[in-house]
Design a protein around this ligand. Sequence first.
Ligand SMILES: NC(=O)c1ccc[n+]([C@@H]2O[C@H](COP(=O)([O-])OP(=O)(O)OC[C@H]3O[C@@H](n4cnc5c(N)ncnc54)[C@H](OP(=O)(O)O)[C@@H]3O)[C@@H](O)[C@H]2O)c1
Length: 280
Amino acid sequence: MRALTGQVIIITGASAGIGEATARRLARGGARVVITARRPDRLEALARELDPSGANVLAVAGDITSDADRRKLVAAARAKFGRIDGLVNNAGYGTRGPVEIVPVETIRKNFETNLFSLIALTQLVVPEMRERGDGCIVNIGSVAGKIARPLSTVYDSTKHALEAITDGLRGELKPFGVRVTLIRPGFILTEFVDAANAVSKEIVDQAGPYAPFYKDYHAGTQRLRTFAGQPDDIARLVERALMADSPAARYNGPFHAKFFLFLKWLLPAAALSFITRLRK
Ligand SMILES: NC(=O)c1ccc[n+]([C@@H]2O[C@H](COP(=O)([O-])OP(=O)(O)OC[C@H]3O[C@@H](n4cnc5c(N)ncnc54)[C@H](OP(=O)(O)O)[C@@H]3O)[C@@H](O)[C@H]2O)c1
């Protein structure tokens, strides 16, 4: 078991939801946290709340999809704390809509945020960790990385790809003492749904023949709310992964996430397609 005290951890997407809860938990556990997202006001308020002295929390506003912003983030973390021990790749969002209709450019953008930028940022911190023979990368995946649902296909495919990236990277970095793991949250009460609705509004409004299916899709999301988890449920898993000497390959939570993943493991693909099918 490793103590969090003094560890320097970068957390992306820390202006809301899971990232914000993770920053709170890790800072309270004694870590020195570097928080990033696009909204500077949110980040600065959080930094002030976590450490009014500014000694142990650094807020660096930026867009994860910008190469310059990613480099600025890593440089600022090193300039202030001298090292990076952990990276929590959490920033992400979801695009809704049928594959037939979502413009490829919109799909590319979702992959850019959820996957390519995550890889690019990881590439910036890995050399230091590999040379030191110590470090931890925690990727925030999703149950959607195992179970793709119609009308959520774009987002779900970004998280499916992240499963493979995580496994490959985990194997590549293991000989160098760098730990890599994936957290799979189920449905968590954050700004995620509002952000997905906002970014997908135009597509959903022009869904044509798919329009009748949205009512049931949204009703499904509402049903999920009844057993949704809180951001700190996932922050706790991130903390556990960072503190483990040998983190598990996957951490799933809360309980309903484990249940859905069990169904995925248990049921034949045809049964799963039946459960997730489009309904009017
Ligand atoms: N909530 C769920 O049910 C759920 C379930 C499974 C997985 N997840 C995953 O958990 C992660 C966090 O989601 P959340 O639920 O906490 O959603 P959220 O409340 O909407 O937070 C998303 C965070 O990502 C940041 N972000 C988005 N695009 C960014 C960009 N281009 N550059 C920098 N930061 C960006 C946002 O900050 P700014 O807008 O300020 O940039 C925000 O801090 C995501 O990877 C999501 O896929 C969530």
